[in-house]
Design a protein around this ligand. Structure first.
Ligand SMILES: Cc1ncc(COP(=O)(O)O)c(C=O)c1O
Length: 351
């Protein structure tokens, strides 16, 4: 779709030929504003049947997304198996959009900050597209993930002495200094992630709740945007409630959502590395949308995630990471009515 970009902080507007994902005027994050109403296409089981809702670009049709919505052992709960993506997490949905844009704008290198999965995904699609990838990875990122990224996808990795927020700062400085395309949790990724909501809405008619882990809040804000689009277009009469899940030991968005106070940075202390984000980039945007759409944010403990991870393996024979099962762990505490048709996003399986 044709679109413009709008700065979330100062309101500056840019055409789609603008080659960056942050505002030149104030450094704020941008969002994609489509020209005209988004018309939800029919999802036919192929990710690319949703191409018309993505920012216009020349996409290479890699196989991704279209993940299974499996029935869980709990009658009211379905599992969106995002670990079926090529790099075993939902990140691929956003990466194909970002990398297509980087290629379209003629960049030879992308740079991004990551707790692991994003780097894995960005490096994978960058390599397929013949673009170099430079990654700043947080101190606590999983070593096996880092080895895979370096060895399989030839990315140049710098491990920072700090958390994800510090890695983001380093990546952004690098982009300015070296003229690389700043990839990661920015507007084009958000657009790609929202395809997951379109898939769910078509895979489960009458879905009442979507429960999703939250790190930088790119996925949840993308899904909230998709829910709004489907409602406005009339494709969904009653969109499901979207519920974000943070780790109790790293829950800046939960605290801001519940207290009504501005979000504050919190040093992450969770073992769930993929959601160890002390200040979610899209947190404020997601909170605003959750309030408008009657959504919510909850937390899960380290123990709850660890138990769920073991249960997931023994019940389904699949390995998911801690963040990946946070949605199922949260479901158990939510006590939804028997009439619910809830979906927990199993977001990733890289351990
Ligand atoms: C497996 C997994 N789950 C959840 C998340 C959180 O997604 P977001 O950062 O878009 O909130 C991430 C982010 O890295 C992830 O890798």
């Amino acid at each position: 779709m044709d679109y413009t970009l709008r700065c979330e902080s100062c309101g500056a507007s840019y055409s789609s030929s603008y080659r960056k994902q942050t505002c030149d005027r104030c450094g704020g994050i941008l969002s994609v504003a489509y020209k005209g109403r988004v018309k939800p296409p029919r999802f036919d089981g192929d990710f690319w049947s949703l191409e018309s809702i993505l920012p216009k670009s020349r996409y290479r049709r890699y196989e991704l997304g279209s993940t299974e919505l499996a029935r869980s052992k709990i009658p009211e709960l379905w599992l969106k198996l995002e670990l079926q993506n090529p790099t075993r997490s939902f990140k691929d949905r956003g990466s194909v959009v970002e990398i297509a844009k980087a290629k379209e704008y003629g960049y030879k290198e992308v740079v991004c900050a990551s707790t692991g999965n994003m780097a894995y995904s960005v490096a994978y699609y960058a390599k397929l597209s013949g673009i170099k990838a430079k990654i700043f990875i947080s101190r606590d990122a999983n070593r096996d993930k880092i080895r895979d990224i370096r060895e399989t996808h030839d990315a140049n990795i710098t491990r920072v002495d700090g958390d994800f927020t510090e890695a983001q700062r380093r990546a952004s400085n690098y982009a300015k200094r070296c003229g690389s395309f700043l990839a990661g949790d920015y507007c084009y990724r958000q657009e790609g992630q929202r395809t997951m909501f379109y898939e769910i809405a078509s895979q489960l008619k009458g879905v009442t709740h979507v429960i999703t882990p939250v790190g930088n809040a790119t996925l949840i804000s993308g899904m909230l945007k998709a829910a709004e689009e489907m409602k406005v277009s009339g494709a969904l009469e009653k969109p499901p409630r979207i519920i974000g899940v943070e780790a109790e030991r790293c829950s800046p968005m939960f605290k801001a959502f519940r207290s009504g106070k501005p979000m504050k940075y919190e040093a992450p202390k969770t073992m769930a590395d993929a959601i160890a984000v002390g200040y979610p980039t899209f947190g404020d945007m997601a909170i605003g949308m959750l309030k408008r759409q009657n959504g919510s944010v909850v937390t899960v403990t380290e123990k709850e995630m660890a138990l769920e991870q073991n249960r997931f393996l023994s019940e389904y024979g699949m390995i998911a990471e801690l963040a990946g099962v946070a949605g199922i762990a949260a479901y158990r505490k939510l006590r939804l009515p028997k009439s619910a048709k809830a979906v927990a996003i199993v977001s990733g399986g890289n351990v």
